[in-house]
Design a binder for this molecule. Structure first.
Ligand code: NAD
Length: 368
C-alpha cells in the first residue's frame, strides 16, 4: 500500500462509519437485516472495559438509517457513562430497530432480532427501551440468554421503577444536603412532573418524609389516582414552570431544562428520573450553574433501573439492588464537591468521574 493510501484508510473521515465510530471510540457496530420479517437494526457496542455492554433496544420510526445510526451511537455512549458512574461492572451498548413499533413489530421480527443479539456472543446484553414491551423481550429471550429486565415469571427482576424512584429520592436528599446542609426533605416544596411508573413511587417516598408535593401529568386518570392515594396537590401541565417550588423533579420527558423554562423556573434543585433533561448540556448545564440551581445529573440519579438489571446478570437480589441505589447519595455528593471545587457544571463533573473510573481500569478516549 502506498503511503497516501495507507494514511487515507487510517484517517477515516468522520462521515465514514469507522470514522464516526472512532470519534467517541465505539468498539463495534453490528448492522442487521432480515428481508422476511422486515427487520432493520443496529447494535452499537461502545465500551466493554468494565464488562459486557448493557443497554436497551429502542424501536423507532427513524426517518432514515442515518438518524438511527446517530441515535444508537449517542445512546450507547451514554450507557457507558451511566453504567460506569453507577459503579457497575458492565460497559455501554444499545440497539435500535428501525420501524413503527405499533405497525411493524411481530413475533418473528423480535425473534430474528434475538438471533442477532445472540450472534455477538454475550458482548452485548439487551433490555427494553422505548417502543419495546416485556412481551417483545420474551420473544428475544427465546433466541438468546443475553436479555435483562425480564418479568419475574421468566426469572427476571420485574419492574425496575421502584428501584429507579428510590435512586432519584436518594439523589434528591443529597442535593438538598448540598444546598441547605440537611438532607431532610420535610417541608420542601417538590414538583413531580409526570406520575407514571417512577413518578408515583417517588411521590410515595416524598410524602412519607412530609415533603409538600405537587404533581402534574397529561393524563387525568394518573393525576386522580395519585392525588387520591397520597393527598398531594395537582396543577395543570402548562402551569408547571410557574409554580413556587424548592425542587423541580422531571419524571416524564427529556429536554425540559431549556431557555424557555429556565426563564420561569423558581427552584434551587433539579432532580428527576427523566433522561436527557438538559436540552443542550453544554449550554443549559452551564446556565443552571450561573443561576445558582443545583442540577443532579439525570443519568446518575435515574441509574436505579440499570442497577436492578445488573443484579439480574450477577444473580438477582432486590435488597442488593436497593442498597446499591442508595449509593447514588454518596456519588451525588462527590459530584457536587467536584463541581464546586473546580467550578464546573455538575454534568461535566459526572462525565469526568465516569471517564476516570473507566480509564483506571482500561482505556477510554477522554473527550472533555
Ligand atoms: P411512564 O411512561 O410510566 O411515566 C411517564 C409519565 O409522564 C406518564 O404518566 C405520562 O402521562 C406523563 N407525561 C408525559 N408527558 C408529560 C408532560 N408533558 N407533562 C406531565 N406529564 C407528562 O415512564 P416512567 O417509567 O415512569 O419513566 C419516567 C421517565 O424516567 C422517562 O423519561 C424514562 O425514560 C425515565 N427513566 C425511567 C426508568 C424506569 O425504571 N422506569 C429508568 C431510568 C429512566
Amino acid at each position: 500500500m502506498t503511503e497516501t493510501k495507507e494514511k487515507a484508510s487510517v484517517n477515516a473521515t468522520e462521515s465514514s462509519i469507522t470514522g464516526r465510530m472512532s470519534t467517541f471510540d465505539h468498539e463495534q457496530l453490528v448492522f442487521c437485516q432480515d428481508k422476511e420479517t422486515g427487520l432493520r437494526s443496529i447494535i452499537a457496542i461502545h465500551n466493554t472495559v468494565l464488562g459486557p455492554a448493557v443497554g436497551g433496544t429502542r424501536m423507532w420510526a427513524y426517518a432514515n438509517e442515518e438518524e438511527a445510526l446517530t441515535d444508537v451511537l449517542r445512546l450507547s455512549r451514554g450507557m457507558t457513562y451511566k453504567n460506569a458512574l453507577a459503579g457497575l461492572n458492565i460497559g455501554g451498548g444499545k440497539a435500535v430497530i428501525i420501524g413503527d413499533a405499533r405497525k411493524d413489530k411481530s413475533e418473528a421480527l423480535m425473534r430474528r432480532f434475538g438471533k442477532f443479539v445472540n450472534s455477538v456472543g454475550g458482548k452485548y446484553i439487551t433490555a427494553e427501551d422505548v417502543g419495546i414491551s416485556t412481551r417483545d423481550m420474551e420473544y428475544v429471550r427465546l433466541e438468546t440468554k443475553n436479555v435483562v429486565g425480564l418479568p419475574e415469571y421468566l426469572g427476571g427482576s420485574g419492574d425496575p421503577s421502584p428501584v429507579t424512584a428510590f435512586g432519584v429520592y436518594m439523589g434528591m436528599k443529597a442535593s438538598n444536603k448540598e444546598v441547605t446542609g440537611s438532607d431532610s426533605l420535610s417541608g420542601k416544596k417538590v414538583l413531580v412532573q409526570g406520575v407514571g411508573h417512577v413518578g408515583e413511587y417517588l411521590v410515595e417516598h416524598l410524602v412519607k418524609e412530609n415533603a409538600e408535593v405537587t404533581i402534574a401529568d397529561i393524563y387525568d386518570d394518573r393525576v386522580k389516582a395519585v392525588v387520591s392515594k397520597f393527598g398531594v396537590k395537582a396543577v395543570p401541565v402548562n402551569e408547571v414552570y410557574d409554580q413556587e417550588m424548592d425542587i423541580y423533579s422531571p419524571c416524564a420527558l427529556g429536554a425540559t431544562v431549556n431557555d424557555d423554562t429556565l426563564n420561569k423556573l423558581k427552584c434551587t434543585i433539579i432532580c428527576g428520573a427523566a433522561n436527557n433533561q438538559l436540552k443542550d448540556e453544554k449550554v443549559h448545564g452551564v446556565e443552571v450553574l450561573k443561576r445558582g440551581i443545583l442540577y443532579a445529573p439525570d443519568y446518575l440519579v435515574n441509574a436505579g433501573g440499570i442497577i436492578n438489571c445488573y443484579w439480574e446478570i450477577v444473580g438477582y437480589n432486590r435488597q442488593a439492588a436497593l442498597s446499591q441505589a442508595e449509593g447514588i447519595y454518596e456519588t451525588a455528593l462527590q459530584i457536587f464537591r467536584k463541581s464546586s471545587t473546580e467550578n464546573i457544571p455538575t454534568y461535566l463533573a459526572a462525565n469526568q468521574m465516569a471517564e476516570a473510573r473507566i480509564a483506571s481500569i482500561g482505556k477510554i478516549k477522554l473527550s472533555y
